[in-house]
Write a protein that binds this ligand. Structure first.
Ligand code: F6P
Length: 326
């Protein structure tokens, strides 16, 4: 072990499948290298509330297959204040914690970057969010499982759409990003995909649906990313129906089921790789970095760079393919 003797791990922001695999890897890697490890419950709120527990190997037994996070998570406005950060710092010191692994999304990263710049507590971040909207990693933890969940839902909805000759608009999560919509839409064989990153007009969508109807297509599925500029699935369905009522139209909002479920093999391995790498980075005296998967290699990116200088971009070939293959 380097000068770091005790690491604390926590989850913050929206939960994501694979977080438990990551927690397990952080705990067991830290113990392997002779360190101690604690868990902070409910993210930054738990750091402020001193909701901190000691962890050992058995604390993380039989959790690899569990969705969600055994450490729970929360969104915390208090951590944005000087007082909140100072209280959190005092609590960490009281527990002799000298480094942090933060698992979460961009909000988590922003808090971690500010905190570790102000206090002598190094932080390594793990991109844990189903949205897959973070620069610095080809995939975020939980995205693969969430995408599989959406694909299963599309397959089920397609059965009833085909049975009733219906047009379904399915709204998926992703906040301002269209990663889930794009990949699930392609894999689910959707007739159209509405993305925040692409300005697909309602008229373009209607034209696509009219083409299908002209070819005697008896049902269709449109995936709508919740951040689409036309509004969510209900708004898009209404605008389409005003000008094109060939099909009986239904809307399904998948909502929070996309956040749950047993992690896929990909997310179990990704979570384990990132948790392992995060601890090793701390032991190598790295700070204010995020671990990420780039071309199947684990790499480190400065948090500030990840948060300010770049944005996550959808794959060009998938974007081009999505309209051609539908
Ligand atoms: O960031 C993950 C996410 O699931 C987004 O896709 C979604 O818009 C948001 O969280 C929902 O937040 P909450 O769980 O607080 O309703």
């Amino acid at each position: 072990m380097s000068k770091i003797k005790k690491i604390a791990v926590f989850t913050s922001g929206g939960d994501a499948p694979g977080m438990n695999a990551c927690i397990r890897a952080v705990v067991r890697t830290t113990l392997y290298f002779g360190g101690e490890v604690a868990g902070i419950k409910q993210g930054y709120q738990g750091m402020i509330d001193d909701n901190i527990v000691e962890l050992d190997r058995h604390s993380v037994s039989n959790i690899m297959q569990l969705g969600g996070t055994i450490l729970k998570t929360a969104r915390c406005l208090a951590f944005r204040t000087e007082e909140g950060m100072e209280t959190a710092y005092q609590n960490l010191k009281k527990h002799q914690i000298d480094a942090l692994v933060a698992i979460g999304g961009d909000g988590t990263f922003t808090g971690a970057e500010r905190f570790s710049a102000k206090y002598d507590i190094p932080v390594i971040c793990v991109p844990g969010t189903i949205d897959n909207d973070l620069y610095g990693s080809d995939f975020t933890l939980g995205f693969d499982t969430a995408t599989n969940t959406v694909i299963e839902a599309i397959d089920k909805i397609r059965d009833t759409a085909e049975s009733h000759d219906r047009l379904f608009f399915i709204e998926v999560m992703g906040r301002d990003a269209g990663s889930i919509a794009l990949r699930a839409g392609i894999a689910g064989g959707a007739e159209a995909i509405m993305l925040p990153e692409k300005d697909t007009g309602i008229q373009d969508l209607i034209h696509k649906l009219e083409e299908g109807a002209a070819k005697k297509k008896s049902s269709s599925i449109v995936i709508v990313a919740e951040g689409d500029k036309n509004g969510g699935a209900f708004a898009v369905a209404k605008k389409v129906k005003e000008k094109f009522d060939f099909y009986d139209t239904k809307v399904t909002i998948l909502g929070h089921l996309q956040r749950g479920g047993s992690p896929s093999s990909f997310d179990r391995i990704l979570g384990s790789r990132m948790g392992f790498a995060a601890v090793k980075a701390l032991l190598n005296n790295e700070n204010r970095k995020m671990v990420g998967l780039r071309s199947n290699e684990i790499v480190l990116t400065d948090l500030r760079e990840a948060l300010t200088e770049h944005e996550f971009k959808l794959e060009e070939d998938l974007l081009e393919m999505s309209t051609i293959l539908a």
